[in-house]
Ligand binder design. Sequence first.
Ligand code: BGC
Length: 347
Amino acid sequence: MGMKISRFGKLQDGREAHLVTLANANGMTIEVTDYGATLVSAVVPAKDGTCADVVLGYADVTDYAKNGGYLGAVIGRCGNRIGGAEFSINGVSYKMEKNENGNNLHSGPNGYDSIIWEMKADAEKNTVEFSHHSPDMDQGFPGNFDITVTYTLTDENEIRIAYKGKADQDTIANLTNHSYFNLEGHDSGTILEHVLWIDADAITEADAESIPTGRLLPVEGTPFDFRTPKPIGQDIEQDNEQLKNGGGYDHNFALNTDGSMKKVACVKAPASGRTMEVYTDCVGMQLYTGNFIEDTQIGKDGRAYHKRMGFCLETQFFPDAIHHENFKSPVLKAGETYETTTIYKFS
Ligand code: BGC
């Protein structure tokens, strides 16, 4: 156990960011910053005891502010896409920023990934709690929304991310974490050899703009069948319309779940033997294989990142759920509590 707080650079407007380091009893450490409530690093020992940083990230806050890709950030109020960048709640329509093909991705330019959160670190519990007051009409969403995101590093080598919020009007609440993982090390080539298991019988079919059509597509007999573990790269280049639409995997898996906390995915890195399990109470999970990582994204230690060097497993409601009655509703009712937890567990 142990905790350290340091400076993480300044934004252009002079606001300062901080970095908190948490350590556990097994020599695992993580770093989180108040900028975007972002997971900056996770240093995890392998079978032979060698440690590697398995999260893609940048050297300081100016690089986070400058580069795209949402590395390690908390996304909100609504992760993933809202078709047409508008929606209605209780008969009132709301407009958002169109930041991708006329749709909204990750809540637009004023998302929670680019704010400085209030931060409270607790050395005893090995937690960092980030909180934020998101005002009425922030990013286009109705209602004042108060949200906390708490990271905990446990002695079971788990990174627990707990989200809890309340709004004073009916609104959308669908936060996620956008970490890119590479279990061989953040700077060690593509993730195509990583072996992935996902407990999902179907994905939400997406159109050419990655907006769900509303249909659930059974994974049986498709490149999306990860029910038996297989390398991420095994079928990624198959001649498949869904894969073409996403430029690789960039799809929401409809998890086999009743919404209680359960293990939904497992990833194994063949060379180091590092394993990561994902536990969540969410109904959906976006597998994104870093198809759009740009060569200009220079990460920590000055290492250049490239396409498919990291994978994301973003737990959430289904994308564009607000427009599909057959998808679980992402609407948070006024005065009710939004509460969800996701765990990334390493061994
Ligand atoms: C989206 C991708 C997008 C990436 C980074 C993912 O959640 O599904 O399409 O490129 O985030 O912005």
